[in-house]
Design a protein around this ligand. Structure first.
Ligand code: NAP
Ligand code: ZN
Length: 347
C-alpha cells in the first residue's frame, strides 16, 4: 500500500522521553479523509499507555486521541467533508461496521473489536496505529467528526475524548433537571463533566483531593465542592442519583457509593491499573449499582459536539508547544494541570 510521510512525536520505550520521529500514513482510499492536525489534547490515557500502565503497549508509541484539524484531501466516495473543512478524530478510527453494536452506533462495543486511534493493530498498514501527536492523519470518513466552529479551536480538542467520555454516561444515566450528580476528580474528564452535567440541568457536587480546586469548581459551574480528604465534609454527603468517577489512580470507591440514594449508580470512567475493592454492604444497602462506561460512539460524539456548541462549552486548557510535550506529561503525572494540556502541532 502506498504511504505518505508524517512528522510525529512518540516514545521508543516506557521510560523514554517523547521525541520527534517519522511515521507513515496510508495514502487516502476511496472513503478516506486526510487531515492536517492543528491541535491535540493530552489525556491521562495517553500517559497510562506511554508508561505501559495497563500492559500491552507496543513501542514506538505515538499517543494522542483528541484531534482537531483541517481537511487536506478526501477520497472520491466522501460526501460529508471537503478540503478546507474543520474536522476532528477521537478514540475510534475503525470497527467492523456491521455487528449489532456498530449498527446501533456503539462502535466502542464492536463485536470484532474497534480500532483505537493509537497503539492498536492497524487494519491497513500492519503494525500499530499512530495517534494525534503528529502533523497529519488519514482515517475513514465514517469515523471522522464534523467540527462546529467555536471561537477557540484549541479548547475544543479535549471534547473528543474527555467530552464524549463524560457526556455518554451522563446521558445514559438520564442526568437532567431534578437529578443530583456527583463528579469525582477534577481533571480533564472531571472538569468537562461539571460543565456538561450543569448544561443538562442537574445539581452538581464535585469531590476533589486538591484544596486549590475547591473554589475553582464553583467557577466551573459546580453547585458544591467537597474536599474528599476531609471526613467531616464527606459525612455530610448523601442523596446522589449518579456519581461519575474520573479518578486515574486506586482510591476508595465505597466512600462515594455510600453517598448514593436507593437505586443510585456509581459509574467509573477512570482507569486505575489496580483493581478497586467494593464492600458488599456499599452496594447491597440501597440496591445500588457500581458500573462503568467507555468513551462513546461516533454518532453520539457528533451529538456531543453540537451540544457543546449550543451550550458554549469548551475545555479550560493550557496550550503547549511541541517542544513541551514531555513537560506536559511530567506535570500531568503530578496532577499539575488546570485542566487539560493541548499541543499546538504548528508550533
Ligand atoms: P486527569 O486530568 O489526570 O484527572 C484525574 C483526576 O483524578 C485528577 O485531576 C485528580 O483530581 C484525581 N486524582 C488523581 N490521582 C488521584 C488519587 N491518587 N486519589 C484520588 N484522586 C486522584 O486525568 P483524565 O485525563 O481526566 O483521565 C482520568 C482517568 O480516566 C484516567 O485513568 C484515564 O485513563 C481515564 N479515561 C477513561 C476513559 C473511558 O472511556 N473510560 C476515557 C478517557 C480517559 P482532584 O485533584 O480533583 O482530586
Ligand atoms: Zn482519553
Amino acid at each position: 500500500m502506498e504511504t505518505i510521510d508524517s512528522k510525529a512525536y512518540g516514545a521508543e520505550a516506557a521510560e523514554a522521553p517523547v521525541k520527534e520521529m517519522d511515521i507513515k500514513r496510508r495514502t487516502i482510499l476511496s472513503n478516506d479523509v486526510e487531515i492536517e492536525i492543528l491541535y491535540c489534547g493530552i489525556c491521562h490515557s495517553d500517559l497510562h499507555a506511554l508508561h505501559n500502565d495497563w500492559g500491552g503497549t507496543t513501542y514506538p508509541i505515538v499517543p494522542g486521541h483528541e484531534i482537531v484539524g483541517k481537511v487536506t484531501k478526501v477520497g472520491p466516495a466522501v460526501t460529508k467533508l471537503k478540503e478546507g473543512d474543520l474536522a476532528a478524530i477521537g478514540c475510534i478510527v475503525d470497527s467492523c461496521g456491521h455487528c449489532q453494536h456498530c449498527n446501533h452506533g456503539d462502535e466502542q462495543f464492536c463485536e470484532e473489536g474497534w480500532t483505537l486511534v493509537f497503539n492498536a493493530p492497524d487494519r491497513h498498514l500492519g503494525g500499530v496505529t499512530y495517534g494525534g501527536f503528529s502533523e497529519r492523519i488519514v482515517a475513514d470518513a465514517d469515523y471522522v467528526l464534523k467540527m462546529p466552529e467555536f471561537d477557540d479551536l484549541a479548547a475544543t480538542a479535549p471534547l473528543l475524548c474527555a467530552g464524549i467520555t463524560v457526556y455518554s454516561p451522563l446521558k445514559h444515566w438520564e442526568v437532567g433537571p431534578g437529578k443530583k450528580v456527583g463528579i469525582v476528580g477534577i481533571g480533564g474528564l472531571g472538569h468537562m463533566a461539571i460543565k456538561i452535567a450543569k448544561a443538562m440541568g442537574a445539581e452538581v457536587t464535585v469531590f476533589t483531593t486538591s484544596p486549590s480546586k475547591v473554589e475553582d469548581a464553583k467557577r466551573l459551574g459546580a453547585d458544591e465542592a467537597v474536599l474528599s480528604k476531609d471526613p467531616e465534609q464527606m459525612k455530610a454527603q448523601s442523596g446522589f442519583d449518579m456519581i461519575l468517577d474520573t479518578v486515574s489512580a486506586k482510591h476508595d470507591v465505597n466512600a462515594y457509593i455510600n453517598t448514593l440514594k436507593v437505586d443510585g449508580s456509581l459509574v467509573l470512567v477512570g482507569l486505575p491499573n489496580e483493581p478497586l475493592e467494593i464492600g458488599a454492604f456499599s452496594v447491597v444497602s440501597g440496591r445500588r449499582s457500581f458500573a462503568g462506561s467507555n468513551i462513546g460512539g461516533i454518532a453520539e460524539t457528533q451529538e456531543m459536539l453540537e451540544f457543546c456548541k449550543e451550550h458554549n462549552i469548551t475545555a479550560d486548557i493550557e496550550l503547549l508547544k511541541t517542544s513541551q510535550i514531555n513537560e506536559g506529561f511530567e506535570r500531568l503525572e503530578k496532577n499539575d494541570v488546570k485542566y487539560r494540556f493541548v499541543i499546538d502541532l504548528k508550533s
